[in-house]
Design a protein around this ligand. Structure first.
Ligand SMILES: NC(=O)C1=CN([C@@H]2O[C@H](COP(=O)(O)OP(=O)(O)OC[C@H]3O[C@@H](n4cnc5c(N)ncnc54)[C@H](OP(=O)(O)O)[C@@H]3O)[C@@H](O)[C@H]2O)C=CC1
Ligand SMILES: O=C(O)[C@@H]1CCC=N1
Length: 264
């Protein structure tokens, strides 16, 4: 029998998960979205042909409930759906910083999984870190893993690692886009037109990511292979180090991890 899925919150990440699930062959009739913004609800109905309704209605009959509202909206959402979630359903929270214990307290007896996604799931190249709650069986965790794998890679981590996962892969796409913005700006300043600089930077990031993924070498070795003695790359990396770029990036990742911890 097919898995009935409720997605609560149809924004950037909810829409991404919806798109991944449908692209992987889940039928629109098996997915119901709870979205409070009327305009967005209409958009999702038109684009994906799914039912968009209230949260209580969305969770009734669901096998898996994906909670994808902003962290500050999670407590009131859980209060709203408590009592309506089928006892044999699995609730998956994708909200940054919301602890499994908080959800288990709000939904007594319901199996919980905490998950941290990222937006490349929109193109099937997402990264998910998932952690099972105290009553989540291996079978339920496997079901969640399979559903999320429609959007990319899934790793199982202890919940204590979720702040770090959030800081590395959850927020990580933004760091890469930040790098792209800077490479494009530098290219334009060095004399290229915007379109050419954008093409060069984009393909370079795609190519470097593919090489890093497929090569047996680590990032440091791959970087070394680009860096000729006293050449152009050396000039760039030396400047990055002088300007504290590496330290700044490490500090940024740690700030994201702290913020994730604060949110909980
Ligand atoms: N975007 C990302 O890259 C990532 C996001 N996440 C997590 O995903 C979650 C969602 O983020 P994101 O998609 O970016 O946020 P969005 O604001 O784009 O989406 C949330 C959507 O849920 C709606 N909403 C709010 N409250 C309710 C409710 N009670 N019932 C139904 N819908 C509701 C919001 O409407 P309104 O705007 O009117 O409040 C909005 O349309 C967050 O918890 C975030 O931590 C995790 C990793 C990556
Ligand atoms: O910025 C945020 O808080 C969310 C969580 C990870 C990515 N986006």
């Amino acid at each position: 029998m097919s898995t009935r899925i409720a997605i609560l919150g149809g924004g950037v990440m909810g829409g991404t998960l919806l798109s991944a699930l449908l692209s992987a062959g889940h039928a629109p009739g098996d997915v119901v979205v709870g979205e409070k913004l009327a305009e967005r609800a209409e958009e999702l109905r038109e684009q994906f042909g799914v039912t968009v309704t209230g949260n209580v209605e969305a969770v009734s009959g669901a096998d898996v409930v994906l909670v994808v509202v902003k962290p500050q909206d999670v407590p009131s959402l859980l209060e709203e759906i408590a009592g309506a979630v089928p006892p044999d359903a699995t609730v998956v929270s994708l909200a940054a910083g919301i602890r499994i214990a908080t959800i288990e307290q709000a939904l007594p007896g319901v199996a919980v999984v905490r998950a941290m996604p990222n937006t490349p799931a929109l193109v099937g190249a997402g990264m998910f870190g998932i952690s099972p709650g105290s009553t989540c069986t291996d079978d339920r965790l496997e079901l969640v893993r399979e559903l999320l794998a429609t959007g990319g890679k899934v790793v199982v981590v202890d919940e204590s690692g979720q702040d770090a996962v959030t800081a590395v892969s959850g927020s990580g796409p933004a760091y890469v886009f930040y790098l792209a913005e800077a490479m494009i700006a530098g290219g334009v300043e060095a004399g290229l037109d915007l379109e050419t600089a954008t093409t060069l930077a984009t393909q370079t990031i795609v190519g470097a990511a593919k090489l890093l993924d497929e090569s047996d070498e680590d990032a440091a070795e791959l970087r070394r292979r680009v860096t000729s003695p006293n050449g152009t790359t050396h000039a760039a990396i030396t400047t990055f180090d002088e300007q504290g770029v590496r330290d700044g990036l490490v500090a940024g990742v740690l700030a994201a991890a702290r913020r994730s911890e604060e949110l909980s």
